[in-house]
Ligand binder design. Structure first.
Ligand code: PSV
Ligand code: MN
Length: 423
């Protein structure tokens, strides 16, 4: 691997970008910090907590995503998992907030995990949750998942799906990952096709076997989704089923909330609050949706919804110091350069996390106790309407990233250089 011959966005280039915008950022940051101090905000504490906010990049998010009608690749996309790591490292260099990558097997399979781990370490990256895939058949697969995987009526399919998840855990162990995310597409397209009770029991029993194989310091996440590919009935369709399944599977099985996996109008922050209450919130797949599982860029459609979810998480973090859900991006870029989509997402996330950190909890609680709906809502809105972008930009600069990652990325000519390198 000729790591050093590859084009990279180095710290000198990022520093030059930051120098060019330093005066303007400094002015904006100071003005905002003054206004926030007047509101009683401890700006240093907000900056510390903002700096601690990290999110994992999905390996599959570095390539063009698509729809079931196809993908449209741009020149210079990564060709293998090593090049995907190069791109993930670029996102981290520019944001300072994405030190981990989430892999999906078998898409990212390697016969040589030790080399991959070394390569990642050299890039300053680690591995977040491993994702298994029993929602597609792979070439040469012995039993088809056509009629289901972990919940299949056929024992052979179930055992094969369990074995795949165990293999994913082993692969992740070799890389230093600490979690596995399991999403299944099992379900039915016709009423009567599947026994609703037996299918759930089979799923929970399979999960229990995967849970039993977790290394002691591992967690597993299960991801629910209301429909697609099973349009009439999905075995793990909602958070209630996911909570039940996680409780049956074992103490280290947690529920993962993929923001796109909700029907329009669902109050996701209330789901998040309930899962926290049950001690079963594992983490997030961040993205956005207008209709269904659209995999749009996080906060592109509903930034206020993301803010309300983050607000619940900030509150939970205040109550329980060890509360640490996993944040992972799960989105698919059809029209954008995927790296620009990822950079834009991290910028949005940091700005909205900063807004959530600005909520005046004491005042909010007073208004809630006084049943003052208007004042309570305005307290949330005070935080939401604050333009926190200077805080986020400053946090990135302090972390060695770029004040404006998308602008720095565009100016670097990264994709053109990669098109030349990668063919
Ligand atoms: C399913 O829609 C999902 O959200 C799961 O996380 C998958 O693993 C991922 O998308 C990959 O396409
Ligand atoms: Mn997902």
């Amino acid at each position: 691997m000729m790591a050093d011959r590859k084009f990279r966005i180095g710290s000198d280039r990022i520093a030059a970008h930051n120098r060019a915008g330093a005066k303007a950022l400094d002015e904006d940051f100071r003005a905002l910090a003054r206004a926030l101090k007047r509101r009683g905000v401890d700006v240093e504490a907000v900056m510390r907590r903002l700096a601690a906010f990290q999110v994992a990049v999905p390996s599959w998010g570095t390539r063009s995503g698509g729809t079931r009608f196809g993908t449209f690749d741009i020149p210079g996309l990564p060709r293998d998992i090593f090049e995907k790591l190069d791109d993930a490292a670029t996102v981290h260099a520019l944001t300072g907030a994405t030190p981990k990558v989430s892999l999906h097997l078998p898409w990212d399979h390697t016969d040589d995990p030790a080399t991959l781990k070394r390569y990642a370490r050299k890039l300053g990256l680690g591995f977040d949750a491993m994702n298994s895939n029993t929602f597609q058949d792979q070439p040469g697969q012995v039993v088809s998942f056509r009629h289901g995987s972990l919940a299949a009526a056929g024992r052979d399919a179930r055992e094969q799906a369990i074995a795949h998840n165990l293999a994913v855990i082993e692969a992740g162990r070799a890389l230093g990952s600490k979690a596995i995310t399991v999403w299944i597409g099992d379900g039915a397209n016709a009423p009567g096709q599947m026994d609703l009770t037996a299918s759930f029991e089979r799923y929970a029993a399979s999960l229990k076997k995967v849970h039993a194989a977790l290394p002691p310091d591992w967690t597993m996440f299960i991801e629910y989704k209301p429909f697609e590919p099973a349009f009439y009935y999905t075995v793990l369709a909602d958070w209630g089923s996911a909570l039940m399944a996680s409780q049956e599977a074992g103490p280290r099985c947690r529920v993962l909330v993929d923001l796109g996996h909700h029907l329009p109008g669902t109050n996701i922050e209330a789901i998040v609050a309930r899962l926290i209450r049950a001690g079963r919130l594992g983490g997030f797949h961040l993205n956005d949706n207008a209709y269904a599982d659209d995999d749009l860029t996080a906060a592109s459609i509903a930034p206020y919804r993301l803010f309300r979810i983050f607000h619940e998480l900030v509150l939970a973090g205040g109550r329980e110091k060890r509360f640490k859900p996993a944040y992972m991006i799960d989105q698919s870029h059809n029209f954008q350069d995927p790296l620009e989509g990822l950079l834009q997402t991290v910028m949005e996330m940091q700005a909205i996390w900063a807004k959530a950190l600005l909520v005046d909890h004491a005042r909010l609680a007073e208004y809630q106790d006084a049943d003052d709906a208007v004042a309570a809502e305005m307290t949330l809105k005070d935080a939401f309407h604050t333009d926190t972008r200077p805080l986020a930009a400053m946090a990135r600069v302090v972390a060695g990233g770029a004040a404006d990652p998308v602008a720095a990325y565009r100016a670097s000519g990264y994709r053109v250089a990669k098109a030349r390198e990668r063919g």
